[in-house]
Structure formats: C-alpha cells, structure tokens
Design a binder for this molecule. Structure first.
Ligand code: GLV
Length: 387
C-alpha cells in the first residue's frame, strides 16, 4: 500500500487509476472554473493562531451534526456517478464512512441505488434529493429513501439546471462509458478499474434505470437532468417536499443571506453553505467567504454546515472555528475512492482527522467546543465589500 500523507497523494493516484472521463467529471468546475479555484484559495487566506504551553492531552474530534454523533465534523457529500470512480463506489464509500463514524450522503445521481446501499450497510445514511418534474417519481424516490431508513433528506437547491463543465462535453461523459476509440484507448491504461467494473452489475444510474420512463438516453447525465429536474422548484415546493418526507431536512446550496433566512422560515434542520463545488454558477463567491454573512443572517437559529473547498483538516478547523457545525467533503473522498476503493476513503478520512487533531492541539485546543473564531486570524477584508 502506498504511503499516503495528504489528500493530494490520493488525488495523484486517482488520476492514474480512474478513466479520464470520470476523473475529469469530479475535478471540473463550470465555465472558467473561477469559483472552483477560489473555494480552495480562499481557505488559504485564513491563518491559524499558534498557541503554546497548554495541556494537549485528552483530545477529541467528536461532535454532532443534526443531533447525530460524528467522529469528526465531516459528512461525505453527495457526488454524482461515484460508482464510476470505482466499482460499487457508493457502497464502498458508505461502508468506510460508517466504520469511521461519519454520515454518508447518497446522491440521487448515484450508480448504486438507494436499496443497494441500504442492503450493504448497517447504519442509516442520508439521501440527497433533486426535485423532479414527474411528481409520481419524486414521491417514489422519497418513499424509497424512507423504506431504506435514511436519517436525513438533503435537498439540493442549486442545480435545477446543470452548469456547463467543458471537459464533460469534450469527453462525452456517460455511465456506462460509450465505447468510442478515445474511451477505449484510455480504458486500456486503466486495467485495474476495468477488471473491478467487470465484476459488478452496477454500471448505470441506479436510481433511474427501471424506475422512471421518458428519458431519451438514461446513460447521459445531461439528458437525465434536462428531462427530469424541475426548473420550477420554489420555496413552496421545498416546504411540500419537507412535509412529504416528515424527517430531518438539510437544504444544500445556500450562498446568500436572504436565501438562508428563507430556509430558516421553511423550517429546515440545517443548511449547507455551498456553491456545488464551483460546478454551477461560475463567478459566485467561495463558500468559506459567505459563511460569516450567512451565520449573521440566521443568528444561531439553524445549524449551518459548509461544503466546497475542503481538502485538509486545517480547512475543516477553519470552517468550524468560524461557526459551521459541520462540513462536507466531496472530491477529498472521491480521490481516495478512485485511488484505492474503500481503503482509500478510509485513508482520506484518517488524513483529515489527523490534520484536524494536530492542528487543533497546536492552536491550544483539545476539543470542538474550544474552536471559536478566536483561534483564527482572518484578514480584515476577507468578507470584502461587495455591492
Ligand atoms: C451533480 O451533482 C453534478 O455536479 O454533476
């Protein structure tokens, strides 16, 4: 097993092992990728306060997200086509998450279905939902998540239509991949991926194939989202979906203080400050920059989580110290999965926990409760004056 010291190590391995079309899918932002880049570079602008001569013994990284115990304030974010990064990818990632003690969120656009993940795990996972035009299908998805005993519904609000990622168009992204000469040439180098993929039946979109009609090409993410996702989604519909579900609801994709207030009004249990990993509105602010204005707007009345840009334990620490109750990792675990399957996801979580734990100690803190704004050095103009 290679020595893994940081998420970047897993990323390099994943790039070698995962077919180009799927590596690129995860690694892309929309259009110029400005927001995608700033999600990570804005974290670098925040510094940590080094403190010395404090007792560092008896540390804990444990916390809670929506009342559930977590070993680290991290959940695995919903990521489309996870089962194309590695055979049975969603099952592998969910298993790693449950053993580690953090929530796994299954994407609507997964390869393994809700039932596949439920049958192969012990603990409840979270299900991420896109609002669909077809009301019967929407209701069936919700009922399937209930039957699978999912413990939270994560409703994504920032993808009613799909942002353009140039590489996906150039690569002809589909699941399973279409056998063009370019794909065949690339797959020849990815023998490990291919051998594992041949041993599973799960190679299409598990939550749609056999569950919904009227899609011109069920292997195409573009066709599926354009034909099925409801562009008319509004706050009334969100309230309706919340009632249909009847359990804990997390609203993902909030990047504006006004929207955060609406989420509060609708009675969500938590919001996720997110720009979808820079994959939707290019030119939007980074998530970490919008965290404080959103926290101010909701005034502690709702749990605020953050995703987009987390690549290290220090990033998690910065978000938590700024006021986020928890964070989500997408690419950081996807690299691990593509690199080494379940063991790679575990490796990613271990790297993040170690970085978080040691950084917390060197900031003079022993647990999450000690992580306040006081451990950070934030430049005066970090939030900026934008009008
Ligand atoms: C789906 O969530 C995507 O960003 O492609």
């Amino acid at each position: 097993m290679p020595v893994i010291t940081c998420i970047e190590d897993l990323k390099r391995l994943a790039e070698r092992r995962v077919p180009r079309m799927f590596y690129d899918y995860a690694e892309s932002g929309s259009w110029t990728e400005q927001t995608f880049r700033e999600n990570t570079s804005d974290f670098e602008k925040i510094r940590l306060r080094q403190r010395v001569a404090v007792d560092m013994e008896g540390r804990s990284t444990k916390s809670q997200m929506i009342g559930q115990d977590v070993a680290l304030p991290v959940a695995l974010a919903p990521v489309g086509l996870t089962g194309m990064q590695h055979a049975d990818g969603e099952i592998k990632a969910a298993k790693a998450a449950e053993k580690f003690g953090v929530p796994f969120t299954l994407s609507t656009m997964s390869i393994c279905s809700i039932e596949d993940v439920a049958e192969n795990t012990e603990k409840p996972f979270w299900f991420q939902l896109y609002a669909m035009r077809d009301q019967a299908y929407l209701r069936r998805l919700i009922d399937r998540a209930k039957a699978a005993k999912c413990s939270a519904l994560v409703i994504t609000l920032d993808l009613q239509i799909l942002g353009q990622r140039h590489k996906d168009l150039k690569n002809g992204l589909s699941a399973p991949p279409k056998m063009t000469p370019k794909t065949i040439a690339n797959l020849a180098w990815k023998w490990r991926w291919g051998m594992q993929m041949l041993q599973t039946k799960r190679r299409g979109f598990g939550n749609i194939v056999g569950h919904v009609d009227g899609i011109t090409d069920p292997s195409s993410l573009f066709a599926w989202t354009a034909e099925q996702f409801d562009p008319k989604l509004d706050w009334a519909k969100i309230a309706e979906i919340k009632d249909m579900w009847g359990g804990k609801v997390i609203l993902k994709g909030i990047l504006d203080a006004e929207d955060a207030k609406m989420a509060l009004k609708v009675g969500a249990d938590a919001i996720v400050v997110s720009n979808h990993g820079g994959r939707q509105l290019d030119g939007a602010m980074s998530s970490i920059r919008m965290l404080e204005p959103i926290l101010d707007a909701v005034g502690g009345e709702i749990e605020v989580h953050l995703d987009s840009g987390i690549r290290s334990g220090q990033d998690i620490l910065k978000a938590v110290a700024m006021g986020a109750t928890g964070t989500y990792i997408g690419r950081s675990y996807i690299y691990g999965l593509g690199a080494m399957g379940e063991a790679g996801v575990t490796a990613a979580l271990e790297v993040l926990q170690k970085e978080f734990d040691i950084s917390m100690a060197l900031c003079g803190q022993r647990n999450i409760a000690g992580l306040t704004r006081d451990v950070l050095l934030v430049p005066e103009d970090f939030a900026g004056r934008w009008q």
